[in-house]
Design a protein around this ligand. Structure first.
Ligand code: NAI
Ligand code: 13P
Length: 315
């Protein structure tokens, strides 16, 4: 079994965001013998103290808090050698950027790494085996993240396509809502399999248009995360879709939801982006109409089934 001392010396790891994902990641780093500082906006630990002499700053803050937190960090000083890791899966409505793009623009002298994969935090917290991807243009930084977090229950792969890695994890949340609708309407295994497969084609179309490497979308952060969230009731995005299929209003669903379902905001940003750039996104478009109260779940299914017939490998 890999231990902290055989591959890397104990690091100071600052985790921003003490929600479900930040807490699970803090547990993984702690179990590897690292000195972990878990910062939350409502906690006792100050941001200054959390950043002091840190080796790695990992953000597991939900998308809506990322720009604000970055602004706070910009007013503080911390080592330029500290690697910045983004574990957020969302898109910024103001810029339509990914979280890692925002981090990199704010801190051009730091190495930025994306951490993304099929990682339902509840299973990780319970110590079940899982794998993920640490992706960066700076391979050495991705490798450092790999050694810091890898263990016999969490296997970290490296990748040099941070944008593709991040977009896979972000865009699949929209599809997880669709899969929840599919299961909520009891449409069966064939329907869910068709949905996931067609959605993968959609995800690759958008992801490559935005600059991701097509191969990345067949990996853990693309297909892997798509499968995890589209087939598990642990996924909050899936839960949103499932409840929408029962006819519950979105505001009520979100009020009752434990934690963040990034797919709701991501859908709106994605549709804005896709319509500006004329990218066909039929599945995401139905999710958008449903989330915005324009159609019912049943009407969304009908709209997808009644689209013009065409060859499989064509938009
Ligand atoms: N829970 C999971 O299984 C996984 C979640 N993620 C991603 O990680 C991110 C966080 O997810 P969860 O931890 O599940 O959500 P959560 O709702 O449990 O926690 C969100 C965290 O963000 C913080 N936050 C929100 N607004 C903030 C602000 N303005 N300033 C400072 N902090 C702020 C909250 O205080 C909280 O600590 C999301 O983007 C999610 O997609 C990624 C992989 C797995
Ligand atoms: O990203 C996740 C698993 O990889 C978590 O999914 P949810 O945000 O839908 O719970």
């Amino acid at each position: 079994m890999a231990t902290a001392s055989d591959s890397t010396t104990s690091a100071i790891v600052t985790i921003l965001g003490a929600g479900a994902w930040g807490t699970a990641l803090a547990g993984l780093a702690q179990a590897r013998g690292h000195q972990v500082r878990l910062w939350s906006r409502r906690g006792e630990l100050s941001l200054e103290a959390a950043l002091d002499k840190t080796d790695l700053v990992l953000s597991a803050i939900s998308m809506k808090g990322v720009p604000e937190t970055i602004e706070r960090l910009q007013s503080l000083s911390f080592p330029t050698s500290a690697i910045l890791v983004s574990a957020t899966k969302g898109l910024d409505p103001a810029t339509r950027w990914t979280p890692a793009q925002i981090w990199q623009a704010a801190f051009p002298d730091h190495s930025v790494v994306v951490l993304s994969g099929p990682n339902l935090s509840d299973e990780i917290r319970r110590g079940l085996p899982a794998a993920t991807v640490a992706a960066s243009h700076q391979l050495a930084a991705a490798q450092r993240v790999q050694t810091i977090f890898s263990s016999d229950r969490f296997r970290v792969y490296t990748n040099t396509d941070p944008l593709g890695t991040e977009l896979g994890g972000t865009l699949k949340n929209v599809i997880a809502i669709a899969a929840g609708v599919c299961d909520g309407l009891q449409l069966g295994t064939n329907a869910r399999s068709a949905l996931i497969t067609r959605a993968l084609a959609e995800l690759i179309r958008i992801g490559t248009h935005l600059g991701g490497n097509p191969e990345t979308f067949f990996g853990l952060s693309g297909l892997g995360d798509l499968l995890a969230t589209c087939t598990s009731a642990l996924s909050r995005n899936y839960q949103v879709g499932y409840a929408l299929a029962q006819g519950q209003p979105l505001s009520q669903i979100l009020q009752k939801l434990q934690g963040t379902a990034e797919g709701v905001n991501t859908t709106n940003v994605l549709i804005d982006l896709a319509s500006r750039e004329a990218i066909p996104v039929p599945v995401s478009h139905q999710v958008y109409l449903l989330l915005n109260g324009k159609i019912t779940a049943q009407q969304a299914v009908e709209a997808l089934m009644e689209r013009d017939l065409k060859p499989e490998n064509k938009e």
